[in-house]
Design a protein around this ligand. Structure first.
Ligand code: UDP
Length: 483
């Protein structure tokens, strides 16, 4: 029998490409063929990270084929100060054309696709595939809990949530059907807050959820989580089937089925600094180093960066800190300073104690024995990577799903401590030190025990016969059957 053929399309951001590519690798490992579709500019940056630019179409591993599509005028990527609206509409136009071309050529070759899988912020892609008669399924790359909250927001609970969010100083809790957690304003996805600088993103989510509601046939959503981690949230929305198929993390760090699978293969911002930091980490005793990183997008204001620096110096233990170059100013985002010159002062003093790098291979760092805790923005990939490595966290969220993830880390999974910002939304150095002492100190037994528990459960979920392995296999069988 022919191998089932899937098409996977991702939004071109690191936090989206990483899980999508890992999903493609999982499909390939259980006998499916996958065409991985993304803009040419993202594909080129990915390929640069791996040292050379493979020809489009070259198989990745045994069964993954890349199909980069050209976006008129943007093949070198989106430039600073460019017209975001125009860029997005071109991605949509060229991406939709690419889906059509691939579907038609699959049919002409007698190797049709059985399913189209797409990540966040691409609702038009699901529509394009559906119009061509190809079943389309979304791969949700945030926790199931966050999916539920958005779903409920767009299905009758917007007023309750908006009201809670507008009461800035109050401690009103929001309760939602199917979820036993009670949410403060800071625990809900920040785009739902009308005053948030990024609330303009909410309509994109609305489009996505409207599309899910309209679909009659395919009522399943693939979620980068696992049954044991979010038992309740995976069942909270009764008219949809949420399927836990994660954590989508390279095999070498989880089930070790494929020890060569060590990176996502797409470190878009990969630097040329090599991995001196791994030698440095190797020279440190077990669980003594603080790892600090805020993902691939988020910026902090200069004032916040100074507080982090002071906090690390005052705590006085070795640290590895990823300080990326800044991106453009975003209107109303007080953390995006236009002044890009010096991201942290006292660099010399800092470098006596720790190491500052512009990028690192995060999973290699988290799996290094020297790491004692992860100061993280709680991006969903970083959160899952920390859980799967058993590393306790100082949860330091800013926006999007990060506040909800921080709540889960602290209250549900009990593998971290959340920082408390002051009235001006700054987390002061003393607070950072307090959290580091809690997470790294002798009293952290419970956090470490839970770290071990989640690490074992994450590994168990993806290994043969584990919950995510079984869920994925039955999803593939179902899609193959439909086609
Ligand atoms: N990452 C990395 N090196 C770094 C910082 C981040 O490899 O120095 C990876 C990290 O392992 C994760 C992704 O980039 O897979 C960031 O995704 P996440 O969802 O945590 O945050 P986002 O960047 O989307 O805010």
């Amino acid at each position: 029998m022919d191998r089932p053929r899937f098409m996977v399309m991702t939004y071109p951001a690191q936090g989206h490409i990483n899980p999508a590519l890992q999903f493609a690798k999982r499909l390939a490992s259980i006998g499916a063929d996958v065409t991985f579709v993304l803009p040419l500019s993202a594909y080129r940056r990915m390929a640069k990270g791996s040292g050379s630019e493979p020809e489009p179409g070259t198989p990745y591993g045994s069964a993954i084929t890349f199909a980069p599509y050209s976006v008129d005028g943007y093949d070198d990527g989106f430039k600073r100060g460019g017209d975001m609206k125009h860029y997005s509409s071109e991605v949509k136009r060229c991406g939709s054309q690419s889906i059509t071309d691939l579907v038609v050529s699959g049919q002409n070759d007698g190797r049709p696709y059985c399913c189209f899988v797409y990540t966040l912020l691409l609702p038009w892609a699901g529509n394009s595939a559906a119009e061509l008669g190809l079943p389309s399924v979304m791969l949700w790359i945030q926790p199931a809990t966050v999916f539920d909250v958005y779903y409920l927001y767009f299905n009758g609970y917007a007023d309750i949530i908006k009201e809670n969010m507008s009461k800035r100083q109050s401690h009103t809790k929001t309760t939602l059907p199917g979820l036993s957690l009670e949410f403060d304003r800071r625990d809900l996805p920040s785009f739902m807050d009308a005053e948030d600088a990024y609330s303009f993103i909410l309509p994109h989510f609305q489009e996505q959820f409207d599309m899910i509601s309209k679909q009659n046939h395919q009522r399943s959503i693939l979620v980068n989580t696992f049954d044991e981690l979010e038992v309740e949230a995976l069942r909270a929305v009764s008219d949809l089937t949420l399927i836990g198929i994660g954590p989508l993390i390279p095999s070498a760090f989880l089930d070790e089925n494929d020890p060569s699978d060590k990176s996502f293969g797409c470190d878009i911002f990969h630097g040329s600094e090599g991995n001196k930091y791994i030698d440095w980490l190797n020279s440190k005793p077990k669980t003594t180093v603080v790892y600090v990183s805020f993902g691939s997008i988020l910026d902090w204001s200069k004032q916040q960066m100074e507080e982090i620096a002071k906090g690390l110096l005052s705590y006085g233990r070795p640290f590895l800190w990823v300080v990326r170059e800044k991106r453009d100013k975003v209107e109303n985002d007080k953390d995006c300073d236009e002044d890009n010159d010096e991201l942290v002062s006292c660099r010399e003093e800092l470098e006596k104690l720790g190491m500052i790098v512009p990028w690192c291979s995060q999973l290699e760092v988290l799996s290094n024995e020297s790491i004692g805790c992860f100061v993280t923005h709680c991006g969903w990939n970083s959160t899952l990577e920390s859980l799967a490595s058993g590393v306790p966290m100082v949860a330091f969220p800013k926006w999007s799903d990060q506040g909800t993830n921080a709540k889960l880390i602290e209250e549900e999974w009990k593998i971290g401590v959340r920082v408390k910002p002051n009235e001006d939304e700054i987390v002061e150095s003393e607070e950072i030190r307090r959290c580091l002492e809690l997470v790294m100190g002798k009293e952290n037994e419970e956090l470490r025990r839970n770290g071990k528990k989640w690490k074992d459960l994450a590994k168990g979920a993806v290994k043969e016969g584990g919950s995510s392995d079984k869920n994925l296999k039955s999803f593939v069988a179902q899609m193959n059957h439909i086609s």
